[in-house]
Design a protein around this ligand. Structure first.
Ligand code: 5GP
Ligand code: MN
Length: 332
């Protein structure tokens, strides 16, 4: 079952639901990042330890980013076509809307109970029951609360998965609040090598990343008049620029573009392979703000979602048209 409006529940209700489930499927969002995979694997490892049949998956293209293969619990991942359709509980983690689950969205309907665990302010309220907390700096923060309410031990394996989501969603702890820093310390006390994991997740790229960066950064433009004069910096990554590097290398470009001092908003247009419905110009757009502009609201208005300072949406059309539509949405 999967309702239109999920019933908000607390971590203890979610823990009770998981503890009593006869089987569980955990679902991450398309183009998965460390928060959605860390959340899924932390839950899956805890469930496996408890003897509950569990599978984790994410939509096509089902290729785990290289950096996330470092995490414990990847043996519990299966391709979308092997996901059981009739688990007692299906859990969607770090997804603000059901369309983030691609072809796996139907699993929420065909499973007994659909539980949503998320920290996006733009969460649409899908699922049967939901633990949504926009104050949580990562979905793994909420997963840790659920595991604590359950009373299941957070060992070094589970801690690494939780840490992965927390450090990456806070920009390597740059934006971490005191609650996140305290949790980070607790997680590190389980004994894993935090700096090594952080380096693998955030500071490690194939050499081909450097020439790709050279090309797309040379194409960056500053538009000081945009966003009501607060400025916008933007670039685009075409399919040919990204040949030979993985999608996660493309995802990392926004973190460099956003450092431009003169711009309140940073934008990266990432070209996606076209299909019959959209023969040309299919994009994933990444938005970042310095905090005075709520890009989550802008992204939601354009069919996506996210957080106040980091959001995204899918777009179709020429690069100029996509930028013009975005400029209008951000205010002249
Ligand atoms: P990124 O720019 O790193 O892809 O995404 C930044 C934030 O925006 C993440 O929190 C992500 O969940 C959200 N986001 C990115 N693209 C989309 C999208 O197409 N739909 C929705 N709902 N959220 C998105
Ligand atoms: Mn997240």
């Amino acid at each position: 079952m999967c309702s239109e409006v999920a019933r908000p529940v607390g971590a203890d209700d979610a823990a009770r639901l998981l503890r009593s489930a006869s089987s569980v499927t955990v679902l991450s969002h398309v183009n998965p990042d460390a928060d959605t995979i860390g959340s899924a694997l932390a839950l899956a490892v805890a469930l496996e330890r408890a003897g509950t049949p569990v599978r984790a998956s994410f939509p096509a293209p089902h290729r785990l980013p290289r950096s996330l293969t470092l995490l414990p619990g990847t043996h519990l991942l299966c391709p979308p076509e092997e996901v059981p359709a009739d688990s007692a509980v299906a859990v969607a983690v770090d997804c603000s809307s059901s369309d983030r689950l691609g072809e796996l969205a139907g699993v929420l309907d065909s499973s007994g109970t659909a539980l949503v665990v998320d920290h996006h302010s733009t969460n649409t309220g899908f699922g049967d029951v939901a633990v949504v907390d926009p104050q949580a700096q990562s979905t793994t923060v909420i997963v840790e609360r659920i595991l604590r309410a359950w009373g299941t031990p957070v060992d070094a394996d589970i801690a690494q998965c939780l840490y992965a989501g927390l450090v990456t969603d806070t920009g390597g702890l740059r934006r971490a609040d005191t609650a996140s820093l305290r949790l980070t310390a607790d997680l590190l006390e389980t004994g894993f090598d935090g700096p090594a994991l952080l380096r693998g997740l955030m500071d490690s790229h194939p050499f081909a990343w450097l020439p790709m960066l050279g090309t797309v950064l040379a194409r960056a433009r500053l538009d000081p008049e945009a966003v009501g004069g607060r400025g916008m910096v933007h670039t685009a990554i075409h399919l040919e620029d990204a040949r030979g590097v993985e999608w996660e290398e493309v995802e990392s470009v926004i973190d460099i573009v956003r450092t431009s001092d003169e711009a309140e908003v940073a934008v990266v247009l990432k070209e996606r392979p076209s299909n019959d419905d959209a023969p040309r110009g299919l994009w994933s757009v990444s938005l970042r703000s310095r905090g005075t502009v709520d890009v989550a609201t802008v992204a939601r208005g354009l069919g996506g979602g996210g957080h106040r300072a980091a959001a995204g949406y899918p777009a179709a059309g020429s690069q100029d048209d996509v930028l013009a539509e975005l400029r209008a949405a951000l205010g002249r």
